[in-house]
Design a protein around this ligand. Structure first.
Ligand code: CP
Length: 300
């Protein structure tokens, strides 16, 4: 059964299979228009979402399937009445052929997988992982740069709580001669376990103090929002903002990515710069998620 629980389940070969499938879906969408014919997918989001939830729902519809969903599972499902996520999965797998979940728990995917009889897809797990976001991020980098070997990536923003960063590091570190630079406020520094994971794969994480410490020919600047919903208290505003002036210091090949939604960390004055690829990135999410559903049902 093809669950999508963590970026850790991927290797270079399985990533390339998914990306080649995604390329084909983008080029020939009608070829896939009935792939989910007769299938129903349950979409349970216990946290807010625009892109992930709606691109999953669009992917299901574009593949000829149907979905059942709650607008807000935290308040409208029986989770509100104390039902455990495991009980909810046990029920939904009697109704649907796959289940997509977003939940504030970091560990729900492994708990759900223990009892699941249908594919489970992780649409976001607390401050742990967001693997389908990382897949679309890497797909977008691959579209831009062709080879992922030798890619130089700067990660910015909330490296502590940003689940998209955590999943992306697990994927990008599968490639050769990768360089990773990190720029954040100290209170949002990358946890040591991710620095150790990079080191175990031969990548020395380079912590930066300001934009000058990031090489001007970096391939990707990947910014993230301060995840204020994940902590108590006020840790102030983002200090490192990518705006026109900052971007002008970087190569014409440096792309700017962001999982979105953004707050102030990326200025709107770069939106029309061809290097600002965050809206393209979000659209790629639709095609990558279509690819994941095709794989999920092919492997059953
Ligand atoms: N990137 C992302 O997860 O966006 P949403 O919260 O809108 O789904």
């Amino acid at each position: 059964m093809k669950h999508v629980l963590s970026a850790e389940q991927y290797n270079r070969e399985s990533l390339e299979q998914l990306f080649e499938l995604t390329d084909d879906i983008k080029k020939n969408p009608t070829k896939y228009a009935k792939k989910l014919d007769g299938k129903i997918v349950a979409v349970m989001f216990y946290e807010p979402s625009t892109r992930t939830r709606m691109s999953f729902q669009t992917a299901i519809l574009r593949l000829g399937g149907q979905y059942i969903a709650t607008e807000n599972a935290a308040s409208n499902s029986s989770g509100k009445k104390g039902e455990t996520l495991q009980d909810t999965v046990k029920i939904l797998q009697g109704y649907a052929d796959a289940i997509v979940i977003r939940h504030s728990s970091d560990t729900w995917p492994e708990e759900a997988a223990k009892i699941a009889t249908v594919p489970i897809i992780n649409g976001g797990a607390g401050k742990g992982e967001h693997p389908t976001q990382a897949l679309l991020d890497l797909y977008t980098i691959r579209e831009h740069r062709k080879s992922l070997d030798g890619v130089k990536v700067a990660i910015l923003g909330d490296l502590l709580n940003g689940r998209t960063i955590h999943s992306l590091l697990k994927l990008v570190s599968l490639y050769k001669n990768v360089e990773v630079y990190g720029l954040s406020k100290e209170c949002f520094a990358l946890p040591q376990k991710y620095i150790d994971m990079l080191a175990s794969r031969g990548i020395q994480y380079k912590k930066c103090n300001n934009f000058n410490d990031i090489p001007k020919d970096v391939d990707v600047m990947y910014h993230t929002r301060i995840q204020s919903e994940r902590f108590e208290g006020d840790f102030g505003r983002e200090e490192f903002i990518i705006n026109k002036e900052i971007l002008s210091q970087f190569s014409e090949h440096t792309i700017v990515l962001h999982p979105l939604p953004r707050n102030e960390e990326i200025s709107e004055d770069i939106d029309n710069d061809p290097r600002a690829m965050y809206f393209t990135q979000a659209v790629n999410g639709l095609y990558v998620r279509m690819g994941l559903f095709v794989q999920a049902f092919e492997d059953k």
